[in-house]
Structure formats: C-alpha cells, structure tokens
Design a protein. Structure first.
Length: 180
C-alpha cells in the first residue's frame, strides 16, 4: 500500500508546482494588464486635453464629423473621439503667406526659422539655422528643421532656389516699401 500513497504524494507535488507556475503567470499578466490600462488612461487624458485646448483656440471654426476610417489631410489634424466617430477641428499650423502677413502668425519655432533666414546675408542651410534657434546641432534636429523649412517654402515664407539653400522670399521683399 505504500506505493499508492507515494504516487498520490508525487501527483500532489506536481499539481502544486503547476499551480505555482500558473499563479506566477497570472501575476505577470496582471502587471502587464495594469501597465496597459495606465497607458490607455494617459492617452485618453491627452486626447481630451488636446481637444479642449483646440476648442478654446478655435471656437469660431465649425466642427465636422467624419468616419473613423478616414484620415484628415496631413497638415490639418486635431481630433476628439466620441465612440466610433471623431470630431475634427481643422487647424493649419503654418498658414500660406499673404501680402501684409508677418511672422508673428507662425508657431514660435517656425517664426524663429523665418527670422533667421530673413537676417541671413547669404542663403543658409538647415544645419546653419539649428544652432541659431537654440537647438543642438544633431542630425535629428537638423532634419526636423529642414522639414519645417520645406513646409515654409511650400507656404510661401522663404525661397529655396538651390536645393537645401534657403533665402527670404523675393515676392515679400519686392512688396516691402524699403525694397524700392
């Protein structure tokens, strides 16, 4: 009869080990679940905060409701989700230049870039602008600034006659009273 009790004890020990392993897995998954929930909550709060800020900034712009599958135009994006739909408030961060428009209408970093280009006596490259606007001369900062410069050129703020060389826009200079 001793062997039956030994077999039961061995099976009990194996079952105990399996229970401990499963409890460890449950604890690990619970930790991962908690981290995922915290990340989800941070994203929800960020989305709501951005929606509130944009609503305060642009109260006169009517909101448009679009299908959740659609993606808005690249430069125009600010959204507040509501269930399966999202409410889109259209905001253009870098407006197209028009006569009489000054750089103060631009976001601060774009304004700084336009002012550096305007103050330069010769055409400038992105890597020359980066330290002048207070950023470290790192590849990422240079590429980000180059991207902003290209966006500004598209909107008529500076010119880029030679690839990578930026100058103040000639049409703005020609329109200013000091250039006559």
């Amino acid at each position: 009869m001793g062997s039956l009790f030994e077999e039961l004890e061995a099976r009990e020990a194996a079952a105990r080990v399996r229970v401990e392993e499963l409890e460890a897995e449950v604890a690990e998954l619970s930790g991962k679940l908690q981290l995922a929930r915290e990340g989800l909550e941070r994203l929800r709060i960020a989305r709501e905060t951005v929606a509130e800020v944009l609503a305060e900034m642009m109260p006169e712009v009517p909101a448009v409701t679009v299908d959740a599958g659609q993606s808005p135009a690249s430069e125009w994006v600010a959204s507040a989700y509501a269930g399966a739909e999202r409410q889109v408030i259209w905001v253009l961060t870098v407006p197209n230049w028009q006569p009489g428009m000054v750089s103060e209408v631009l976001p601060p970093v774009y304004r700084d870039i336009v002012e550096v280009v305007a103050d330069a006596l010769v055409p400038v490259r992105a890597k020359q602008i980066v330290p002048r606007i207070g950023l470290p001369a790192e590849t990422g900062k240079i590429e980000g600034t180059r991207s902003k410069l290209k966006r500004l050129v598209e909107r008529g703020w500076p010119d880029e006659d030679t690839p990578g060389m930026f100058t103040p826009a000639r049409r703005r200079m020609a329109a200013s009273p000091n250039s006559r």
